[in-house]
Design a protein around this ligand. Structure first.
Ligand code: DQA
Length: 154
């Protein structure tokens, strides 16, 4: 195992409508808010010794730009992303993840494979190391640990 001098830096991206968590489709997503998720992520990041930058955007192009910038100048070591609805539609986000060439983990609050058919396919997951879905807020915590364990010995 290598000893790292610098902290691992992870970019966390929340996609469209995740700013509405807590008010939006509570029967599916529960009452957890994006602020709750970010608080838990920051606490877990502190515990494992990772630095996070967290952004939410409702705009596909902005998410593409954030992924592109993450790779420039080795600004980040990895990406934790919930592409939300863009999971199922966005070739642009998939291509941005592939171009960034950074390890990425996709997360979903809900189990997309037991929902409507159109949600059961992810265009973006194939550009990621793996995916965690169905554990609510815990998907993000598991995803953060998954990306951390993939990166830490690189
Ligand atoms: C989601 C699942 C998507 O299908 C949906 O469009 C979302 C949230 C999830 O976290 O379960 O906005 O990504």
């Amino acid at each position: 195992m290598k000893t790292r001098l610098k902290h691992i830096r992870i970019l966390v991206l929340h996609g469209p409508n995740l700013n509405l968590l807590g008010k939006r489709e509570i029967s599916i997503y529960g009452k957890v808010t994006i602020a709750d998720i970010n608080r838990s992520l920051n606490a877990e990041a502190k515990r494992i010794g990772v630095l996070l930058k967290i952004s939410q955007s409702n705009h596909e192009g902005q998410i593409v730009d954030l992924i592109g910038k993450a790779a420039q100048g080795k600004a980040f070591d990895g990406i934790l992303i919930n592409p939300a609805a863009y999971t199922h539609t966005s070739v642009a986000i998939r291509d941005a993840l592939l171009a960034a060439n950074l390890p990425a983990v996709e997360v979903h609050l809900s189990n997309i494979y037991k929902r409507e058919e159109f949600r059961q396919h992810s265009l973006t997951a194939a550009a990621c190391i793996g995916q965690v879905a169905g554990f609510g807020m815990m998907s993000y915590i598991l995803g953060l640990n998954a990306i951390y364990s993939s990166i830490k010995d690189l």
